[in-house]
Design a protein around this ligand. Structure first.
Ligand code: RFL
Ligand code: PHB
Length: 394
């Protein structure tokens, strides 16, 4: 068995794991990433697209802003359209003074992976049988198989950045863990098309279901529609997708949407999930391994970034100044921000989707929610504050 030593073993090389490794490196702290998938699989995944002001700033602060600032598309606000009612522009800049950025998670992962390679970061891809051992001890161990050979890493801390389906969360004994979950009875069918995007990030409600127009760069559009949870990707030809999207959005929008062949198409289930606490001895969970939000509101990646902000600060303070205060408070600090995002994404999901089998009472409440939002600047401001994201420093 090959034996390695590092300060922080990071399980998972998605945005959370890669960003943590990069920030630790900037602070001269050694880490090793253990990733289950191949590099091309990690870099090929298409997910989030909207970055809060705090995420944008943090990426700039850690030297990863140049491509984002060139290719990303900055926005002052986001639009909501509603069947049979006036549209609404949530003027985030007016209410908060801040802007958000449309820039793909795929590009962020590419930027991070490339930087880790330039800095000779140690990443084991295609690692199998990943296990965390002795987590209660001062020096926990992570074992796995790589290239058919068993490997062992001894470390001070383990960061569980391995997403919802990872192993890290399950190391915490059930008796010490509490989880909260809501599954939604529909999914989002997303497509990517190489056509100039609609000008805004736009959320649309229609009695047939939700629709979303988003973007990646000036020549790459991203669209989603709500579909039945049991639908298969084969059920949705490009033509069927575009027809449904166009029916669900108003004419003043659809006349400005460019249609083209899809270069990617996938269906994602929607869930809200939180596992508490996010720490167990020397194991710290970050990102989707500890919490998942439905994508309405665009919070998942942003939460992964804020978790890493808090976790890296804790680890750095602990090594540099022997100050463990931030690490001890990590779970509490991160969870406060998590619950605010869980709340927003749940409320937006409820307001903007049709729920199979719901009764007319629920439908009336939804209409009333939107009517109130249309009338009330105070409610628009509250939404703007949550959409742009709470400040990281609390
Ligand atoms: P990830 O990205 O899931 O990465 C986890 C990594 O861990 C690896 N892994 C393992 N490695 C070793 N051993 C094991 N046993 C392992 N098990 C798993 C995996 O291969 C993977 O590489 O989690 P991370 O880093 O926490 O990042 C979270 C984000 O990916 C996620 O929250 C967002 O994509 C959510 N999300 C959005 N978030 C936003 O902030 N804004 C958005 O606009 C937005 N849109 C979205 C989204 C998610 C979507 N889907 C598909 C769920 C749109 C969609 C459609
Ligand atoms: C995206 O561009 O993928 C996106 C945008 C806004 C959301 C979710 C996803 O709320």
């Amino acid at each position: 068995m090959a034996n390695f030593k590092t300060q922080v073993a990071i399980i998972g090389g998605g945005p959370a794991g890669l960003l943590l490794s990069h920030i630790l490196h900037l602070n001269k702290i050694d880490s090793i990433i253990i990733e289950r998938q191949s590099k091309s699989h990690v870099l090929g995944r298409i997910r989030a697209g909207v970055l809060e002001a705090g995420t944008v700033q943090l990426l700039r602060d850690v030297g990863l802003g140049s491509r984002m600032d060139k290719e990303g598309m900055s926005h002052d606000g986001t639009s909501i359209t509603w069947e049979g009612k006036p549209s609404l522009f949530i003027d985030v800049k007016k209410f908060t003074g801040k802007t958000f950025m449309a820039y793909g998670q795929t590009s962020i992962t590419e930027d991070l992976f490339q930087q880790r390679e330039i800095d000779n970061g140690h990443i084991f891809c295609e690692a199998s049988e990943v296990e965390i051992n002795n987590i209660e001890n001062k020096h926990p161990e992570v074992t796995f198989v790589h290239d058919g050979k068993p490997q062992k890493i001894t470390c001070d801390y383990v960061a569980g950045c391995d997403g919802f389906h990872g192993v890290s969360r399950h190391v915490i004994p059930e008796s010490q863990q509490r989880s909260f979950q809501r599954n939604y009875p529909f999914g989002w069918l997303g497509i990517m098309a190489e056509v100039p995007p609609y000008k805004d990030v736009l959320y649309g409600y229609h009695s047939e279901g939700f629709a979303l127009a988003s973007q990646r760069n000036p020549m790459l559009s991203r669209f989603y529609i709500q579909v039945d949870i049991n639908d298969k990707i084969e059920d949705w030809s490009d033509d069927r997708f575009w027809e449904a999207l166009m029916r669900r959005l108003p004419d003043e929008v659809t006349k400005n949407i460019k249609i083209g062949p899809s270069i990617e198409k996938s269906i994602a289930p929607l869930r809200s999930f939180v596992s508490e606490p996010m720490q167990y001895h020397n194991l710290f969970l970050a990102g989707d391994s500890a919490h998942v939000v439905p994508p309405t509101g665009a919070k998942g990646l942003n939460l992964a970034v804020s978790d890493i902000y808090y976790l890296s600060r804790g680890i750095i303070e602990s090594y540099k100044n022997k100050n463990n205060k931030y690490l001890e408070n990590y779970s509490k600090t991160a969870l406060s921000r998590v619950w605010s995002a869980i709340n927003l994404s749940w409320r937006l999901t409820k307001m903007l989707h049709t729920f199979p089998g719901e009764d007319p009472f629920d439908e009336q409440l939804r209409q009333s929610d939107y009517d109130l939002l249309l009338k009330s600047e105070a409610l628009q401001q509250a939404l703007a504050v949550q959409y742009i994201g709470l400040p990281f420093d609390v």
